[in-house]
Design a protein around this ligand. Structure first.
Ligand code: ZN
Length: 264
């Protein structure tokens, strides 16, 4: 009887705390891009960011927006992490759609955050909140499944196996592929942070809508390559590692570009 109650309680707790949607790039994915961003800042931007974050590095500030999901006071920030689409779109279509979209999503909120952080009148408290969110969301939109289909919650309902473990397409890209590399975030950043000057310029100057378009194009590719119930393992890692590393790198380089533009 006692055990039974304990069991029931455990199940109830598991249900209550089950996340609605799994987190963005896992903790390390965010930190990898954050660390890369740190390495591409101008001195002026570095000083301005330090005045806001104090001793918190960009890498460590990157996860705050996911950690606060446990506090209902921050529920209003939930939709800021992604921008999902009802159907695949061409680049002009997507640009048009995003520019006229008034809903709360990663695109509209990133634009809001950039504007607010540029204003000298923004309070110190809000600057901290906005900077942490800007860091996180810029990284998130480079995780292709954060710019994916609304119908399956960005691949959260697209069930697959990673080796023997039941998971979903969203989590494969958030965490499984990154964890499979078995690198710390600093080791990972050091291994992939080798963009050419041409790449840096091209990535940073492309408009925000293009960042999202690139990411969602990758998501469309991922959807067509596999079907629900498939088991992904060594081969998937081998054929997708370059894309993963490129998105982590682009996210970091573009975040630095945004921060240099805001604080430089
Ligand atoms: Zn997120």
């Amino acid at each position: 009887m006692k055990l039974n109650f304990a069991k029931k309680l455990a199940i109830a707790i598991a249900i209550i705390y089950a996340p609605i949607q799994t987190m963005a790039w896992g903790t390390n994915g965010h930190r990898i891009s954050g660390q890369i961003a740190e390495d591409h800042l101008t001195m002026k931007a570095r000083m301005a960011i330090r005045a806001i974050l104090g001793n918190e590095s960009i890498a460590m500030a990157s996860n705050w927006a996911d950690y606060i999901k446990s506090d209902p006071a921050y529920n209003y920030l939930y939709n800021w992490h992604f921008v999902d689409f009802e159907r695949p779109m061409s680049q002009p279509e997507m640009t048009e759609f995003l520019e006229h979209d008034n809903s709360v999503n990663a695109y509209t909120k990133l634009k809001f955050l950039i504007d607010e952080l540029k204003k000298p009148a923004t309070s110190k408290e809000n600057k901290l909140l906005y900077l942490r969110m800007l860091i996180h969301i810029t990284e998130d939109i480079h995780q292709p499944m954060h710019t994916a289909h609304a119908s399956d919650k960005g691949g959260n309902d697209f069930k697959v196996n990673w080796f023997n473990k039941p998971t979903n397409l969203h989590s494969i890209w958030d965490t499984e592929l990154i964890n499979f590399q078995e690198l710390s975030y600093t080791e990972y950043a050091a291994a992939i942070d080798h963009p050419t000057a041409t790449q840096i310029k091209g990535w940073q100057t492309a408009p925000l809508s293009k960042w999202i378009f690139e990411s969602s194009t990758l998501a469309e590719q991922f959807y067509t390559e596999i079907k629900p119930g498939d088991t992904l393992n060594y081969k998937y890692n081998f054929t997708h590692l370059d894309i993963l590393n490129q998105q982590l790198l682009k996210g970091g380089v573009r975040l630095a570009g945004l921060l240099n533009q805001i604080f430089g």
